[in-house]
Design a protein around this ligand. Sequence first.
Ligand code: NAP
Length: 339
Amino acid sequence: MQIKPTVIVTGASGYIAPHVIKQLLDEGYAVRGTLRTLSGGELLKANLSKNTDVSDLSFAQADLLNNDNWAAVMQGGDFLIHMASPVPMKEPADENILIKPARDGTIRVLKAAKHAGIKRIVLTSSIAAICSGLNVHRKYDEEDWSNLDKLNGSMLAYTKSKTLAEKAAWEFVKGTDIALSTINPSFVIGPLIGTRHSSSTEIIRRIIQGKDPGWPRLGFSMVDVRDVANAHVKAMQFSEAIGNRFICSNQYLWMSEIALILKEYFEPTDRKIKTWELPDFMVKFAALFDPTVKMLLPGLGKKSEFDTSKIRSQLSWSPRSIEESIVDTAESLIKNKRL
Ligand code: NAP
């Protein structure tokens, strides 16, 4: 019997990781996913088993905040996809709540992988490590690094955590024989496996909930979770990926444009989708009373775009249409009762 190569995937319980695990199992790898608590493993397996054979999936317990069990987790692994990192719904009171597991956790995981002889690693970074605190009048590319001294707006601690974690990883592999690649996704949307969704699917959730009167002039570069998963698998397999970061993004849309796609899709049903774009003065007025709205002000009317030629050419990566991703997200949130 042929022994399958084993991929360690950290943060198996998350929104994106189950999609990576599914694609790896479908391609004939054995997968060991890490969980903070093993009790969630059976449900995750049951959810994955609806669409894939899970006989080569196992779980191991490990926490980014301590060394316990990481050595055992990595034992016999051939590849590592390090995806675990906290993704908050709101700004934490103390930035270290995110920075410690992200940066220190990444080093902890990489050390254990190195010790176990794993030489091929893909790290899930983010566009948060690329475009924040910069003032450029062009598309961002992989040469850009977020400027942590000039951050303003929302998700500051998250931006710091992702930037510091990615920098620490590149620093760690310098002078070693570890081949590292990073995937830097933009806002990830797309269907859920199980019920776990992420702060990035919140935009779609709010639009289909229909409670808000309209949408501020805010937009997002978005990408489908299935295409993000595929980018990770390709980065792990393609030798061209070694030593490279890859922006993984599909298309920028304003919130009102996302709402319009959903309005057209739900037109034949009872679901009413609002598409009105709120004037900036109204958003600024609301910000006087609501700190959450205040956090949005620096991004009002600003469009950030990303050059994705590198991932498309070097990894032959080609995402599905953004309309399909938006509609599938909405359907999945409704089906899984996440409204
Ligand atoms: P998610 O659903 O919140 O998943 C985060 C994962 O990290 C969970 O499995 C979580 O475990 C784990 N984790 C958090 N703190 C941990 C700790 N101390 N020890 C061990 N595991 C810990 O988020 P996601 O959207 O799938 O994100 C996955 C990765 O993609 C992250 O690295 C994130 O920064 C990156 N990313 C996401 C987006 C996006 O739009 N969603 C965009 C760019 C990059 P628990 O289930 O136990 O909490």
